[in-house]
Write a protein that binds this ligand. Structure first.
Ligand SMILES: C[S@@+](CC[C@H](N)C(=O)[O-])C[C@H]1O[C@@H](n2cnc3c(N)ncnc32)[C@H](O)[C@@H]1O
Length: 291
């Protein structure tokens, strides 16, 4: 039906034909298009995420009105539409099947969210992900793995939610098994590996700290050189750009001092605060990456 209309428009060359004939027929076509579960797609078939699992995916990522959600392989648009309708987010879906994209647009109009839920015919590997604060995936393990390098380059704190499949050895930060679907959440970690240094005042003296930090995804470890002492990071945590750890400094025999560090990673700087167990005081902490 669609190609028939396109042919008429081309043959007549009349612009009004495209405007007056195409639009109503396109919307009719979208309404009557009924995708079949399991129908083929370029890299993965279409199987929709069940509506209850869609809500759980959005809850897992704490999607809210400030979010921009991108669904890679958006099918009938249900995740993007639900993000816009029930959470007030803006969303964008890409799918290589133009019929599904048209159906998603139609469903967004019907749900009254077409301003905030947009779709386009695009390959998942060619989508510009930079504006996303949340990415959703229901693809295949190997596709997730091919996307992983690009996902890890996204702004720290970007949340990724996947239905069914994981991201290899990048462990999920949270899992939801409350529906029949296996849902996982990852938070893109800031890159923190390297040598960091900072100074702190203690009893009127300046102490210099050098930290060698290792990182595997959100897992971090490290050793701090403080004079002759070597202090292992205790309870290190990295979530997005938020980093925290504890140092136990041996000041004299049987006298350890605990300091709690919390900061935000901003490129080659960490800005935050340190709380000493000895004084109970919290002071400013700025660390700089040297290499
Ligand atoms: C399993 S369905 C998921 C649909 C939707 N995200 C959901 O959860 O309901 C995967 C979708 O990816 C689309 N797809 C397959 N390969 C693609 C590619 N290379 N680029 C864009 N979309 C693709 C298919 O057309 C299909 O709609």
């Amino acid at each position: 039906m669609l190609s028939f209309v396109r042919d008429i428009a081309r043959a007549s060359g009349a612009v009004f034909a495209a405007v007056w004939l195409l639009i109503p027929v396109v919307s009719l076509a979208a309404e009557s298009y009924a995708p079949k579960v399991g129908q083929s797609g370029k890299d993965v078939i279409w199987v929709p995420t069940p509506e209850r699992a869609v809500e759980r995916m959005l809850a897992l990522a704490h999607v809210g009105p400030d979010d921009v959600l991108i669904d890679l392989g958006s099918g009938d648009g249900r995740i993007v539409i639900a993000a816009a309708k029930s959470r007030g987010a803006r969303g964008y879906g890409v799918d290589l099947n133009p019929d599904l994209v048209q159906l998603a647009e139609q469903r967004a109009r019907e749900a009254g969210v077409s301003e905030r839920a947009k779709f386009s015919v695009r390959d998942i590997f060619e989508a510009d992900l930079r504006s996303a604060s949340v990415i959703t995936l229901y693809l295949l393990p190997e596709l997730n793995m091919r996307l992983r390098p690009a996902l890890l380059k996204l702004r720290p704190g970007t949340r990724i939610v996947a239905n069914a499949f994981d991201l290899g050895e990048w462990e999920a930060d949270a899992i939801d098994t409350s529906t029949a679907s296996m849902l996982r959440l990852w938070v893109v970690p800031a890159p923190v590996a390297g040598r960091w240094s900072w100074s702190l005042q203690s009893n009127g003296k300046s102490q210099h700290f050098e930290l060698d930090m290792n990182q595997q995804f959100q897992r971090v470890s490290g050793v701090v050189a403080l004079g002759q002492q070597r202090l292992r990071l205790r309870n290190p945590k990295l979530q997005g750009d938020a980093i925290s750890f504890v140092l136990l400094e041996q000041q004299r025999v049987n006298h350890g001092v605990r300091t709690d560090y919390f900061g935000r990673v901003k490129g080659n700087r960490i800005e935050g605060e340190v709380t000493s167990s000895e004084t109970g005081k919290t002071t400013k902490w700025i660390a700089v990456r040297r290499g």
